[in-house]
Design a protein around this ligand. Structure first.
Ligand SMILES: *Cc1c(COP(=O)(O)O)cnc(C)c1O
Length: 371
C-alpha cells in the first residue's frame, strides 16, 4: 500500500525493520545512541552545542506543542496565534486548556500570514509576550513565512513558538538565525520519515532555565526534561520512551543525511507536489490552493461536484488500487488531502494519479470541478 498522507508517513523497509528489536532504554548500550540522536536533531535545527538543547517528549505532536506552550508562556499570559488552518485551531485549544490567553489573528487558510499583519497586532497589544505559528499548515497545505514573521517578532521584542511538525526536515529552519524562537517542535513520523512515538523541541538553553516552574505540569515541562539531562545525562529519560521508535528514528536520520538532508528532501517533496497539482488538474479536478501558495507537504483538492462522489467511497475504492489517502478533510469546504511526504518518489505519484483516474472513472465521476 502506498500511503499518501501527511503522517504517519510511508517509511523505508530498513526503518520499519529497526523496530523489531527489544531494547532497555536505560541500557548503557542504548544511552549513547539516544544522546547522539539528540545532538543530531539539535544540529539539524541550526542549534549550537552549549546554547541550544534538544528536548524530546514521548507521544504525539500535540504533546510536544503543549509542552512548549506550557514551558515558555506563563499561565495567564497572552499568546498571539496565527489562525490559518486546523493545526492552529488545535494549538489554540491546547493553549486555552492550559490556562494561557489566546489572541487569535485570523488569516484565510489559502495564504501565509504577512509579517506586517503580525507586527500590527503586536504593536497594538504590548501584553502579548509570544507568537505561535504553524510553519506548514497541514490543513490546507500552505506554508507560513516563519523567517519573515520571526523578524517582525524579534523587532517587537517578543518570543515565538514554531509548530514545525509537518515542516521540519523539508522546509529550511535555522535556530541560530532566529534568536526570537523559544521552541521549534516536530515529531519522529513526518519529514524525517521515522515512525510515530516521540516529539522533539529544540530550544535556547538560557530560555529553558529562565522558564523553570512555568509549566504547571510535570509531564509537559521542557525545563524538567532539561534538568533531567543535566542531572542524569543526555541519554536518560524521565519516563519509559517508545524506545523502538527512537531506534528506528536513528536509522531514518541516516537515510535523511545520505539523501542530502533538508535541501534534497525539500526538492523531492516539491516535485511530488508539483506532479500532483498538475496531475489532478489534468484529470479535471480543482486544487484547493493556487500553485503560488502551494507548499510541498500536502496537496488539497476540492471534492468533485458530481453527486455520485462521496469521499469515503472514493478512498475505499482507491485503496483497492493500492493507494491510501486521508478519509477526512480539514478545510471549510469539502476537499481531499493527498500527502507528498514520506518515502514517496515521482514514480509513486504517477502511479497514484493513474489509480485516481481509474477510480474516478470506475465511480462514473464526470463532473469533477469544485462542489
Ligand atoms: C501532524 C501535525 C501535528 C501533530 O499531530 P499529532 O497527531 O499530535 O502527532 C501538529 N501540527 C502539524 C502542523 C501537523 O502536521
Amino acid at each position: 500500500m502506498l500511503l499518501l498522507i501527511p503522517g504517519p508517513v510511508q517509511t523505508r523497509p530498513e526503518v520499519r525493520a529497526a523496530m523489531a528489536v527489544d531494547i532497555a532504554p536505560w541500557d548503557r548500550g542504548f544511552m549513547p545512541e539516544y544522546a547522539g540522536i539528540r545532538e543530531k536533531v539539535r544540529d539539524l535545527a541550526g542549534g549550537i552545542a552549549g546554547q541550544h538543547a534538544c528536548l524530546p517528549l514521548q507521544g504525539a505532536g500535540h504533546f510536544i506543542t503543549e509542552a512548549a506552550i506550557r514551558t515558555f508562556v506563563p499561565a495567564g499570559a497572552k499568546l498571539l496565534l496565527v489562525m490559518n488552518g486546523t493545526y492552529a485551531d488545535r494549538m489554540a485549544r491546547l493553549a486555552r486548556e492550559a490556562g494561557r490567553v489566546v489572541v487569535p489573528l485570523a488569516v484565510p487558510d489559502h495564504r501565509s500570514v504577512t509579517p506586517a499583519e503580525v507586527a500590527e497586532v503586536l504593536a497594538a497589544d504590548p501584553a502579548i509576550g509570544h507568537v505561535g505559528i504553524v510553519y506548514s499548515e497541514t490543513g490546507s497545505g500552505i506554508v507560513n513565512d516563519v523567517p519573515g514573521v520571526g523578524a517582525a517578532v524579534r523587532t517587537a521584542g517578543r518570543r515565538m513558538i514554531v509548530d514545525a511538525v509537518s515542516a521540519f526536515g523539508a522546509l529550511p529552519f535555522d535556530l541560530k538565525a532566529q534568536p526570537e524562537v523559544d521552541a521549534v517542535v516536530f515529531t519522529s513520523n513526518k519529514c524525517i520519515e521515522g515512525l510515530p512515538g516521540i516529539g522533539f523541541a529544540v530550544c535556547p538553553i538560557d530560555r529553558v532555565t529562565a522558564c523553570a516552574g512555568n509549566a504547571g505540569s510535570w509531564s509537559f515541562d521542557l525545563a524538567d526534561i532539561y534538568a533531567t539531562a543535566l542531572r542524569a545525562g543526555w541519554g536518560s529519560f524521565r519516563f519509559t520512551p517508545p524506545v523502538q521508535a527512537l531506534h528506528a528514528f536513528g536509522k531514518a536520520l541516516e537515510f535523511f543525511q545520505a539523501e542530502g538532508g533538508q535541501p534534497a528532501r525539500h526538492a523531492r517533496y516539491r516535485e511530488n507536489a508539483r506532479l500532483l497539482h498538475e496531475g489532478v488538474r489534468a484529470l479535471g479536478l480543482k486544487p484547493y490552493l493556487d500553485w503560488d501558495h502551494q507548499g510541498p507537504i500536502i496537496v488539497t483538492v476540492h471534492q468533485p461536484a458530481d453527486p455520485r462522489f462521496t469521499l469515503m467511497e472514493f478512498v475505499e475504492a482507491l485503496k483497492t488500487r493500492g493507494v491510501l489517502i486521508s478519509n477526512f478533510y480539514n478545510t471549510p469546504v469539502p476537499t481531499m488531502r493527498i500527502g507528498c511526504i514520506g518515502d514517496i518518489h515521482a514514480e509513486d505519484i504517477r502511479f497514484a494519479l493513474r489509480a485516481i483516474a481509474e477510480t474516478l472513472d470506475g465511480m462514473g465521476i464526470r463532473q469533477r470541478d469544485a462542489a
